[in-house]
Design a protein around this ligand. Sequence first.
Ligand SMILES: C[S@@+](CC[C@H](N)C(=O)[O-])C[C@H]1O[C@@H](n2cnc3c(N)ncnc32)[C@H](O)[C@@H]1O
Length: 342
Amino acid sequence: MLGFVVALLAGAAIFAVGTALVRSSERNTDWARDLVGADANAAERLDIVERLAVVGEPWSDRAVRMAAADDPDANVRRLARASVRVDIQAVPPPAEPAASGSPKSDPRLRDAYLDLVRDSLLDRIYDPEGADYLVADRDWPLRAHSMIGLERMDNIRTCVETVLAEGVPGDLMETGVWRGGATIFMRALLEAYGDRSRKVWVADSFRGLPPPDPEQFPVDAGDAHHERDELAISLATVRENFRRYGLLDDRVVFVEGWFRDTLPACGVERLAVLRLDGDLYESTYVALESLYPKLSIGGFAIVDDYALPACRQAIHDFRAAQNIDEPLVTVDWTGTYWRRRA
Ligand SMILES: C[S@@+](CC[C@H](N)C(=O)[O-])C[C@H]1O[C@@H](n2cnc3c(N)ncnc32)[C@H](O)[C@@H]1O
């Protein structure tokens, strides 16, 4: 019993010293890191690791491994939160050698980070039932940074992970971004996998949908999406949303304007994932015409609005015109995609 009390007091003392060192001065963080790896228990190590993160210092591999080895989800999530504050790249590689094309970071930590970003983007943390809507008759969420829901968000992850793992060349792009959530998730995926070569292209008018042009695109006649102010999100707001996740940098490229004006010469050279979310026939067809030729073999064309007749018609017309016969794969009630084979 006495031994236990002494050990407890010693642990508490080490923790207090380590914490104070980290708080007091960045010069002493090496010493604090050694303490973290020495005698502190898992909860104490986590606390010190978090504080090291706050002062911008990378933590010791050993501390992270030991803390994560205890495994409870809560620990891994706390580490993920700390890693967002500093740099996910600072997380050391897992003990076992990484397979080729697989992430450099600890897979559990990476999953926790990506789940946390996804659930924040979808507002699942504060509104798990998805009950808070902007407009009663629409599935447009009140606060979430994306309206696409869990299955389509997870589909983005699957597609991006596949192109990263298989080395399919090209950037990631969405045409029709609203508050930016799907593209923020694309950027988070690049971050989590340590990809520094690809960009995320973020294309939108940043003032809502265009009025229909029935002469050129008769299927869009009468569409009233352009009257919905809720769909007009400014570029400044979307940039700020990226910044809040710590993901705004020069590998995020904003393409502002109507697709018919911007996409044909937006500067993208090659795409691995192209996500279409512009609702209209025009917005879908124009994006495919300009960008599908840039999609790599093995890349993914994702369609958000397949449930909308105008969008579905644009997909069928474009595929027929280009002799595309790769199968359409269903994601959920409206999401679909195909993988380019030729
Ligand atoms: C349904 S929202 C996109 C939702 C978004 N992907 C998300 O993750 O929540 C449709 C977006 O497409 C944009 N849009 C539609 N047609 C467009 C066009 N022809 N040119 C530019 N932007 C367009 C609108 O401004 C709007 O932001």
